[in-house]
Design a protein around this ligand. Structure first.
Ligand SMILES: Cc1cc2nc3c(=O)[nH]c(=O)nc-3n(C[C@H](O)[C@H](O)[C@H](O)COP(=O)(O)O)c2cc1C
Length: 258
């Protein structure tokens, strides 16, 4: 009787052990599969996003000369706290032109790539969808900034600064600034994923981008001001932009007048 009980107990323990091992194997296989799926989802979305951003830079409206920008500096003698404390809107500029290094630094601060393998940038972006496209207007023409290669594409050799000032409610100081950075957005890149809520995300991102420019200008000893008062369609026509590139901000930057 006792012998039988012991035998049955051993069999029961063996069966329980087999069921337990089987259970562990099944759950590990399932979690491995879902990790693999998650990994391929992340890879897929990053690939998809990079392709869509690359496509955006191949628009017909830009077939001009390409200007590679120098690498940005990643160190400065001005602390973030000093830049925050001293930043003030500047509306009076000297005629001194910004150097290519200064323009490169400002554009990098605005939307430069800071992580090569993912394409992540200096400013955060909802879903890393990057709806913003930047343009600069200066004495030797208007240019489109391409963050991927940290380069400019020339759209026109004309000096459009006076026209830009007119389109911005005749705020004449805009024409005096060495450059103006025009922040535009393609809403669809963000609303395709987030619906109407994406509209607010795009506006938040324009704010992040603009603030980065203002603080970088301050750190470089330059003056800048965010401009929200302008006629959207006038600015679009001036830069010959496709309809879905909506201008959200103009940021004139230059040396401060003495
Ligand atoms: C959304 C927004 C739109 C603005 N639009 C203009 C503008 O069209 N023209 C202008 O001279 N300043 C404009 N400004 C700058 C404000 O007038 C300025 O930030 C404010 O007077 C505070 O001064 P501060 O920037 O020196 O701190 C704008 C600022 C913001 C945030």
């Amino acid at each position: 009787m006792n012998n039988n009980f012991t035998k049955n107990l051993v069999i029961l323990i063996k069966i329980s052990a087999i069921i337990f091992i089987f259970f562990i194997l099944i759950t590990s296989a399932i979690s491995c599969m879902s990790l693999k799926n998650l990994n391929s989802y992340i890879t897929y979305t990053i690939k998809e996003r990079l392709t869509s951003i690359k496509d955006a830079s191949l628009n017909d409206f830009e077939k001009g000369e390409e200007i590679m920008l120098p690498n940005p500096k990643l160190e400065s003698k001005v602390s973030l706290e000093e830049a925050l404390n001293n930043r003030r809107s500047v509306r009076s500029f000297s005629s001194k032109e910004l150097s290519t290094e200064e323009i490169s630094q400002l554009l990098w601060a605005a939307q430069g790539i800071t992580k090569e393998n993912t394409g992540f940038r200096t400013a955060p972006s909802a879903g890393a969808l990057y709806p913003l496209e930047l343009f600069i207007v200066k004495s030797d023409g208007a240019f489109h900034y391409i963050p991927d290669e940290h380069k400019l594409i020339k759209l026109t050799p004309e000096d459009l600064r006076s026209n830009l000032a007119q389109g911005a409610s005749f705020q004449d100081f805009i024409a005096d600034a060495s450059i103006s950075i025009v922040i535009t957005a393609i809403y669809e890149r963000t609303t395709a994923k987030y619906g109407d809520r994406g509209i607010r995300y795009v506006h938040m991102e324009a704010g992040h981008c603009c603030q980065n420019i203002l603080l970088q200008a301050q750190a470089l000893g330059l003056g800048a001001v965010p401009i929200g008062a302008f006629d959207d369609s006038c600015i679009q026509k001036l830069l010959n932009l496709p309809e879905d590139y909506v201008p959200l901000y103009i940021v004139p930057v230059g040396y401060k007048a003495e």
